[in-house]
Design a protein around this ligand. Sequence first.
Ligand SMILES: Nc1nc2c(ncn2[C@@H]2O[C@H](COP(=O)(O)OP(=O)(O)OP(=O)(O)O)[C@@H](O)[C@H]2O)c(=O)[nH]1
Ligand SMILES: [Mg+2]
Length: 294
Amino acid sequence: MKCGFVSLVGRPNVGKSTLLNKILGTKLAITSDKAGTTRNIINGIYNDNDSQIIFVDTPGIHKPTHKLGNLLNKKAYTNTEGVDVILFLIDIDKGYGKGDEFILNRIKDRDIPIFLLLNKIDKVKDKTRLLKDIDSLKNLYDFKEIIPISAKDGNNINTLIECIKKNLEESDKIYEEDELTNVSTRFIMAELVREKVLELTRDEIPHSVTCYVESFEELDDIVNIQVLIVVDRDNLKKIIIGKQGSMLKEIGTRARYDMEKFLDKKVYLETYVKTLKNWRDREKYFEELGLEEE
Ligand SMILES: Nc1nc2c(ncn2[C@@H]2O[C@H](COP(=O)(O)OP(=O)(O)OP(=O)(O)O)[C@@H](O)[C@H]2O)c(=O)[nH]1
Ligand SMILES: [Mg+2]
């Protein structure tokens, strides 16, 4: 049995969480078209006949403009240490840029095989350009593999898994077969609400929103969940609530749909919005949303 740890790194928005979900066949990490969606280290455990691979999703690495940004970068770098393979994702539709170069320079001395994954090939119309890009990217670093993929459509994911296995050692399974992740169900539920906030609101919202499960009660035929949405300004609270509560209602409807899919059970969801201006108060919430091993 081939077993090991593989971390996913790259700039925000390149598709790390989308890839994690695709590989696992379940929505574990939320995704959005806004940069900086992932804030926590999320492990997803993949099992097949001859392997167990623990994929470590990390926050996108970027030029930090606020305290949370610094924290996220640090988390991401730390989680490229001690793994068996690093998957370095870039958005090949946008091309390789300065931000990607910055990350490569930080991870390349680690003596860990690095795969360069050219994601979003479904968006590249000109396939000859893709071949040219691959040719020039080969010169950047001695990547163990360069694989064009589409995390969205699942292209080349099997190839990727097979290549990863070649770089793993023989060992017993690290986790039980039925374990899926290191994060709690409560955390995933809170994240689903945050995802809908990101989906339905504009750019000014994302970084200041945190969601927190206040109660989670599983009954025989239904799960009752209360989620608190925390923002740092009253006008954001207004936006999230919307006209006569219409936005909050839509957030709730969409989140509940995903929760029911994940839990495979009926969900009764209540959501509230609260303004917490003070950083320390907010940090407490972030901490509580942090890694929880159950
Ligand atoms: N067309 C296309 N879109 C993709 C693909 N992979 C991801 N996306 C989209 O790209 C956006 C960002 O995806 P995420 O998975 O959230 O990106 P991320 O790298 O985890 O971002 P952070 O968590 O902010 O670091 C989302 O809108 C995805 O739907 C792909 O292969 N093709
Ligand atoms: Mg992500």
